[in-house]
Every structure is written in C-alpha cells, then in structure tokens.
Design a binder for this molecule. Structure first.
Ligand SMILES: [Zn+2]
Ligand SMILES: [Zn+2]
Length: 263
C-alpha cells in the first residue's frame, strides 16, 4: 500500500489589501502583501507594514521560514516596509542561507530598502528587469513591462501550472496594460475611485480597471490595494458593478481572502 501524500496547497492569499498612504498609515486595511503557494513553492509579494505579524496570525498557519522568495514590485513603503524582517524570518534570523529576493534596481542601490547585511542571508538577490522571466521552484514569473509610477515598478505575470495570474502593481494607465497582463486571473491594484488629480501619485482608478478587464477578458478580475475613496464607496459594490458592466466576474479582495487555484 502506498502512503498518501499530504495535499499541497495551491492558493493565493491576500495578506493585505491597503493601497494608499492614509489607508496604510491608519491600517484601515492590512498592508501585508500577497502570499502565493503553488506545488510546494512559496512566494511573498510586497511585504508592507505589518507583514511579519499578519503572517504569524494567519490560519491555517503560514511559515516564513518556508518561503522560497520575496518579490518587491517597487520600493514604496506600503510594498517594502517589512522586507528586511521577512528576509530574517525566511532565513531563520540569518542562520540558514536560503531563499531569494527579487527587486527593482532602485530598491537596492541609492537609498536601498534592503539592508546590506541581510543580503548575505539569502541565496540570491535578483534585479527585476522589463521583459525578463524568472523561475522559483515550481513557479515561473515574468515582469513584462516597467510601469509608470514615480519609482521603478514592475507588475508580475505568474505561471502556476496551467493557471496564469497577473498582478498589475501600482501604475498609471497605459494602453499596453491589457495585452501585457492578459491572464486567466488578473489582480489589479486599483487604488482610486476617480482618476488621479494633479500633484497626486499616479494609480489606476475604476475607469482604468474597467477598460483593462474589458480588453483583456480574464476569467476572474480581482480588485485590491484600495485607497480611501474606494473604501468609502465599498469595494464589493464597486466590483459587482464592474461585473455587471463587463460581463466578467470581478471581485474585491479582502484581508485574508484565499483564492484557491485548483480548478
Ligand atoms: Zn502602493
Ligand atoms: Zn507605489
């Protein structure tokens, strides 16, 4: 008789869904990034403020010491604040040289958000570049294009077996987004209810999300990374309106939401 293997979880967990300075600094939503687990490979994307605590509070449990990689889409504090402490957690306080870190060049060079001394703890620090592909265990991902967002920023397109999942990280809208990020599941950092005003950080708004979803036709669209205006409007209501308008299922992420990938 063969022993049955413990099932391996394939899921994406939204550890946080906060997306703008006020929402992050008041913790109106958590800012703990996204945990991806596929075929035994584990990634943490954008560990913002509070990630270490949220990871330890997660149920079922998540173990930072089992992470295979930490990926930063960009250096803004809501995406990078807990990077150093998560590297320490991934490497058991630097006692085990393991894991990899992926980040844009400007997160590592002038005014780095990753300290020099923790860089020695990991197996590799890899600089993200436009149009590159990367492999971490069972997960392949690419960074199709540099975003329009103040600091060097990349979104991700993940291949999780037969499922493709894209994460459109912080950016202003540009016409190539729908084709670069076309995937079965598309996660959109949709900070704003209305378009960006003068002097504000550039981010996607609901009109942009609608346009991207209509053009890319994913199987599922997920809104996350909410600013104050979107929270006030109720992300769930906004998402169901987008579903009606586009005919494509759109949901709003909530803190702790788990998206199972076994379909
Ligand atoms: Zn952000
Ligand atoms: Zn940003």
């Amino acid at each position: 008789m063969t022993k049955r293997k413990r099932p391996v979880g394939n899921f994406i967990k939204f550890m946080g869904t906060a997306g703008a300075r006020h929402v992050v600094s008041q913790q109106l939503r958590s800012s703990a990034g996204i945990w991806v687990e596929y075929a035994g490979t584990r990634l943490l994307i954008d560990p913002g403020p509070g990630t270490l605590l949220k990871v330890y509070k997660a149920r079922p449990t998540l173990k930072p010491s089992q992470l295979d990689a930490i990926i930063l889409t960009h250096r803004h504090v809501d995406h990078s604040c807990d990077t150093n402490v998560m590297i320490e957690a991934m490497t058991q306080g630097g006692t085990l040289r393991r894991g990899r870190v992926f980040a844009p060049r400007d997160a590592l060079e002038e005014e780095p958000v990753i300290y020099q001394y923790v860089r020695d703890y990991v197996e590799e620090i890899k600089i993200l570049q436009s149009g590159e592909r990367y492999q971490v265990g069972a997960i392949q991902f690419e960074t199709p294009v540099r975003h329009r967002h103040g600091v060097e920023t990349y979104g991700l397109k993940l291949s999780l077996g037969s499922v493709t999942v894209s994460l459109i990280a912080d950016t202003a809208f540009f016409p190539e987004i729908p084709s670069w990020y076309q995937a079965e599941v598309m996660i959109l950092n949709t900070v704003r209810l209305y378009p960006t005003g003068p002097g504000e950080w550039v981010h996607l708004c609901i009109d942009d999300a609608r346009r991207i979803i209509q053009q890319a036709q994913p199987r599922l669209g997920i809104l996350t990374h909410f600013g104050v205006s979107l929270l006030k409007a109720d992300p769930k209501a906004v998402a169901s309106q987008l579903t009606e308008e586009t005919g494509i299922k759109v949901i709003a992420a909530s803190d702790g939401l788990v998206l199972k990938l076994d379909w």
